[in-house]
Design a protein around this ligand. Structure first.
Ligand code: HEC
Length: 161
């Protein structure tokens, strides 16, 4: 009963997220060298139109906006708690992980940093295969991409504590 309800909610999410991505994916296919960001001023402040939905070839090539203030405390920790650690947590018994690989745990900032490339490739920016159901929309995934591209900093790293 509760599972059915959860499934219905997740499917609704997927439907909504799927519609949102449709437009963004075609214009970014061909140009891997130029990602559509020509000016340094345009790259960071354009979360409304530019960076959200943008497709980067790799995490290495994904820019970190110089004024980014995303940290583990104000963003990353809540993100993995909301979307990832229900399956990817080292405290979960093997039969509670819903087949998530035993080696992929994401409950600390160090764990996320160590696997940043894999996390990005599955969950950030144009990548939405994780979580398997109910992936957040392009705006949220762009924020994850930004935080990872900036090195997944903590408050302390940015002198915010
Ligand atoms: C409902 C359970 C579940 C949730 C929630 C979930 N995952 Fe997964 N994850 C899996 C399963 C199952 C696999 C193995 C199958 C696969 O790779 O698709 C996996 C595999 C992975 C891998 C390994 C891919 C590789 O390189 O081999 C990464 C990285 C990953 N997930 C990241 C994430 C991130 C980041 C989130 C949150 C945004 C997340 N997952 C949320 C179940 C989950």
């Amino acid at each position: 009963m509760r599972c059915m309800l959860e499934l219905a909610v997740l499917l609704a999410w997927v439907t909504v997220a799927g519609c949102g991505e449709q437009g963004a994916s075609d214009d970014t296919r061909g140009d891997s060298s130029s990602t559509g960001v020509d000016e340094s001023t345009g790259s960071d402040s354009s979360s409304e139109d530019g960076s959200s939905g943008a497709a980067w070839p790799s995490l290495e090539e994904r820019p970190c906006p110089t004024e980014s203030t995303l940290t583990w405390e104000n963003f990353g920790g809540g993100y993995v708690l909301s979307y990832c650690t229900s399956c990817h947590h080292s405290a979960l018994a093997a039969d509670m992980r819903r087949l998530a690989p035993l080696a992929v745990n994401l409950e600390t900032v160090e764990l996320v940093r160590n696997q940043a490339t894999r996390v990005w490739a599955r969950a950030a920016d144009q990548n939405s295969s994780m979580p398997p159901l109910g992936a957040p929309g392009p705006d949220d995934r762009a924020l994850l991409g930004e935080w990872l591209a900036c090195g997944a900093p903590t408050n302390a790293d940015l002198g915010m504590e």
